[in-house]
Design a protein around this ligand. Structure first.
Ligand SMILES: NC(=O)c1ccc[n+]([C@@H]2O[C@H](COP(=O)([O-])OP(=O)(O)OC[C@H]3O[C@@H](n4cnc5c(N)ncnc54)[C@H](O)[C@@H]3O)[C@@H](O)[C@H]2O)c1
Ligand SMILES: [Zn+2]
Ligand SMILES: [Zn+2]
Length: 391
């Protein structure tokens, strides 16, 4: 079968690889009918999240049809349509039972880290979903069945980015009337904006430097701040009566860019496998920029919710300023299994239609070019859906 395979920093290819087979009683094989490229994939290809093996199939977003189940998977059968959670969870350990599915004690054979598809060995070393088929471990918990009314185009956004945006808004402790700032207007940021409004935010201020992404945020009702044209912190405070937003959601992560330009020392600290040569797949250049702006801009006694991804070795956070403003800081990998059933229902009833975020669709043959356009933030390339069964 065809799959997008990681061969090293800056080197991804569409390869022919063997089809997966059931290995354990709770496994399932899913034939994928939709996949996607995510900002998280860029961290592995750019080198800002080290440790992805040569030969690893990338991709952690998938929708498909169950082809085969292991003997202990009792809530799924061949032919069921499912959305696959990005993070893998056993559904039995104390963390899963408490709703912390992304901190599952059983799903990662390589240590305590969050287990997910298509990432570093420290994340379990599982092959991903930019492929025709995937092996889903603990499928009784990691797959969620889809009703017929929810299309593949809708469901692919339920695999990772809608739940992550929702998680970001949930952690931000939004109360009715709150002013919320969302840093980063990529796909995750767009869903954080939509979720903040659904949770009662009075205003949402959206920060990025790409006009097309800011335009999408405005269509959701957000007020745009272009950090290439104005000082982001100063604008966030001026627009909020000098107080600052009550809640700030970081939907940027380690690929943050700074108007002052790259900070090579900070990049070297996070990119332990090195970074790509040439023009393609370059790191954002200022890993701590969004964190610094969040702490500077937020109101005293406010909340910062960090869903942007940072690698384990990153240590730079302005804790002194945060402490002296009485801030609450929450962060983590999204516990997808906790939120997806509810979000499937919001989409089924028509309360939310997430498909406006998909701007491109590509077959596996076009996947590398699609990665390049998404990496370059080419105008209009907000979210790429891959069609693994396409010609
Ligand atoms: N916590 C989780 O479970 C989880 C799950 C999925 C994705 N993520 C992470 O969410 C982040 C966003 O994902 P995405 O797919 O939207 O990525 P993306 O790369 O498409 O979007 C990031 C956006 O941030 C903007 N940006 C860069 N520097 C900025 C700055 N200083 N201030 C404001 N905006 C800035 C970029 O222009 C870009 O539009 C990534 O780090 C991704 O890994 C986290
Ligand atoms: Zn993702
Ligand atoms: Zn578990």
């Amino acid at each position: 079968m065809k799959a997008v395979v990681h061969h090293g920093v800056g080197d991804i290819r569409v390869d022919d690889v063997p089809e997966p087979a059931i290995q354990a009683p709770f496994d399932a094989i899913v034939r994928l009918t939709a996949s996607a490229i995510c900002g998280t994939d860029l961290h592995f290809v750019r080198g800002t999240m080290p440790g992805t093996a040569d030969g690893r199939i990338l991709g952690h977003e998938g929708v498909g049809v169950v082809e085969e189940v292991g003997p202990e998977v009792r809530n799924l059968r061949r032919g069921d349509r499912v959305v696959v959670c990005s993070t893998i969870s056993c559904g039995s350990c104390s963390y899963c039972r408490a709703g912390y599915f992304s901190q599952c004690d059983e799903a990662n054979p390589n240590g305590p880290g969050t287990a997910f598809f298509g990432g570093p060995d420290a994340a379990g070393g599982y092959d991903g979903m930019q492929a025709e088929k995937v092996l889903v471990p603990f499928a009784h918990s990691t797959c969620v069945k889809l009703p017929d009314e929810v299309s593949d185009d809708q469901a692919i956004l339920l695999s990772d980015i809608f739940p992550t945006g929702w998680f970001g808004a949930d952690m931000a402790e939004i109360e009715a009337g709150d002013v919320v700032a969302v840093l980063g207007c990529g796909p995750v940021g767009q869903f954080a904006i939509a979720s903040a409004f659904l949770m009662g935010a009075g205003r949402v201020l959206a920060v990025d430097q790409h006009p097309d992404r800011l335009e999408t945020a405005k269509r959701l009702g957000a007020e745009a701040v272009d950090f290439s044209a104005e000082d982001a912190v100063e604008a966030l405070q001026r627009l909020t009566g000098g107080i600052g937003p009550d809640r700030v959601i970081d939907a940027v992560g380690v690929e943050a860019e700074s108007p002052e330009g790259p900070r090579p020392d900070e990049v070297a600290e996070v990119a332990q496998d090195g970074t790509a040569d040439g023009e393609r797949f370059q790191p954002g250049g200022a890993p701590a920029q969004a964190l610094e702006w969040a702490v500077q801009a937020v109101a005293k006694a406010g909340t910062i919710s960090i869903i942007g991804v940072y690698p384990p070795g990153m240590t730079s956070f302005p804790i002194g300023d945060a402490m002296n403003k009485n801030l609450t800081i929450k962060t983590g990998n999204c516990p997808h299994r906790r939120y997806i059933p509810h979000l499937v229902e919001l989409v089924r009833t028509g309360a939310v239609d997430p498909t406006a975020i998909i701007t491109e669709q590509d077959t596996m043959q076009g996947a590398i070019a699609a990665y390049e356009a998404f990496d370059a933030r080419s105008p209009g390339w907000l979210k790429v859906e891959l069609l693994p069964q396409g010609a």
